[in-house]
Design a protein. Structure first.
Length: 174
């Protein structure tokens, strides 16, 4: 963990500049490509260590289909805390679950997200986990784009820990 994560994200090529449409539908002149940093072993390990350091007092980690599953897996390995996977929708076959993995009602869960813009995905996961009787009061994200997602989560009583803020990546607040 000696190298700052900001530098690692830049060095992997995860931060791209141009004309992009985000999953929220918003237009942006930069994009943080989660698949670049999530598939780089050194970067993934560093992220896992940082998330593990924030995971005290929880019984489960939660990765959101599909982007934050590698993050939840490495954080689970680094922390020794099991994780669950939160689907965006039930798959319609097999067990037909929205939450995959082992958990018990009342477990405290740390939700892991890759990039937060509006936090739509994280909010969906928080609601699904809470509906299943789990306690969710914190989300950790690799990058907070500082575009309202933190505030949207805080309105739901969820604290947000960002490993990196967009202003740190860009050198200015977006």
């Amino acid at each position: 963990m000696d190298k700052p994560l900001v530098d690692m994200l830049k060095e992997t090529g995860a931060v791209k500049f141009g004309d992009f449409t985000l999953s929220s539908g918003r237009k942006s002149n930069y994009y943080v490509d989660k698949y670049v940093f999530e598939t780089n072993p050194s970067c993934l390990e560093a992220i896992g260590e940082r998330i593990a350091g924030l995971a005290s007092g929880v019984q489960r980690l939660a990765g959101i289909e599909i982007g934050s599953i590698p993050l939840a897996a490495i954080a689970s390995v680094k922390s020794g805390i099991p994780f669950v996977i939160v689907r965006k929708e039930k798959k319609g076959y097999g067990t037909n679950k929205l939450i995959e993995g082992v958990y018990q009602e009342g477990d405290r869960v740390l939700v892991i997200e890759d990039v937060v813009t509006t936090a739509k995905g994280a909010l969906g996961a928080v609601h699904a986990l809470r509906d299943a009787g789990l306690i969710v009061d914190m989300v950790v994200c690799v990058v907070d784009r500082e575009e309202g997602g933190r505030e949207n989560l805080e309105k739901e009583g969820v604290r947000v820990a960002a490993l990196v803020k967009a202003s740190e990546l860009l050198g200015y607040k977006p």
